[in-house]
Design a protein around this ligand. Structure first.
Ligand code: NAP
Length: 282
């Protein structure tokens, strides 16, 4: 699995990782197996959050997946904005560590901008780094204004990543968030790369373009989408798969090579749309 430097952390992280949102609704054994197979195939960036299943995903799925293989994993969790005061962030991190049965996170994110002052959240993040409880911290669902505020507070070179909605039908980050993050050396982690399962149907005109490119490579349309979404060195993707065959398909997407013409065809088929200045979220 190809790895890339994860922004300012200097750590090499696989281009394709694994999401865990809504896994509490899936067959637990199947989800655990899919994540383990994903790890075996190099998708060692695991994304979770205290929010997911109200802690159940961390506690009863991710903890089991990483047991005995913590060293392999780049483990990411998130604090909910309602908990993101200084004290609240420290406590939320402790709870996540307990549920995950580990002593550290590789990256800890603010799930989306909330009403607690960002100074407090960042002060807590920096303390967690000093205490060795998190190796790095980042943001999620932050637009350029919020990112600028965060850099004003934290100083340059502190924010590891911004995790944002990014899939073929939702390319808004390309207008300003992606270029801004690239200039600041902040990794951009695209979430919901398959639109949370709302993927172009094979019989639709757009779906047919993906299928024809996929066929030329003996690949799947999902793999073509993932390659497009990681086509720049700042980009990472975290698809969620509770089925082993999906995890295998996603891992193999990292080695698919698309030509410049094919990437341009995909870009033209799924145009960016106008810049509304809004950052879409799911
Ligand atoms: P997604 O990855 O866009 O789509 C998941 C759906 O696609 C599932 O139904 C899955 O099926 C299916 N799938 C996965 N791989 C496939 C393949 N190769 N072929 C066919 N179908 C495939 O969904 P998501 O969960 O919304 O996003 C991914 C992750 O991003 C989340 O799990 C979460 O970790 C993160 N996220 C973060 C935020 C945030 O605010 N920071 C928001 C949303 C999501 P099965 O599961 O049945 O295998």
């Amino acid at each position: 699995m190809e790895k890339r430097v994860f922004g300012v952390t200097g750590v090499e992280v696989p281009v394709i990782g694994q999401g865990t949102w809504q896994m509490e609704n899936d067959d637990r054994g199947g989800a655990i197996r899919a994540l383990q197979v994903g790890l075996d195939l190099g998708m060692t960036h695991l994304d979770t959050a205290e929010l997911y299943g109200r802690g159940r995903v961390e506690e009863s799925i991710v903890a089991e997946v990483i047991a005995g293989r913590r060293e392999e994993v780049f483990l990411v969790s998130k604090v909910m904005p309602s908990h993101a005061s200084y004290e609240g962030t420290l406590r939320a991190c402790e709870r996540s560590l307990q549920r995950l049965k580990t002593d550290r996170l590789d990256c800890y994110l603010l799930h989306w901008p909330g009403s607690h002052p960002l100074e407090e959240t960042i002060r807590a993040f920096e303390e967690l780094v000093r205490d060795g409880k998190v190796r790095s911290w980042g943001l999620s669902n932050f637009g350029v204004d919020g990112l600028e505020e965060a850099v004003r507070i934290a100083g340059p070179g502190r924010i590891a990543c911004n995790q944002v909605l990014y899939h073929l039908e939702e390319r808004s980050i390309e207008h300003s968030v992606l270029p801004w993050c690239e200039r600041a050396n902040i990794a951009v982690v695209g979430y919901s790369p398959f639109g949370n399962g709302d993927f172009p149907r094979p019989e639709s005109p757009r779906g047919r373009v993906l299928t024809s490119i996929a066929k030329a490579h003996g690949a799947s349309p999902y793999q073509v989408a993932l390659q497009f979404l990681i086509r720049r060195p700042s980009l990472f993707a975290i698809p969620k798969a509770s089925h082993e065959e999906h995890a295998r398909d996603n891992a193999a997407a990292a080695s698919l090579k698309l030509s410049a013409e094919e990437l341009a065809r995909i870009a033209a088929t799924f145009p960016m749309g106008p810049d509304t200045g809004e950052l879409p979220v799911i």
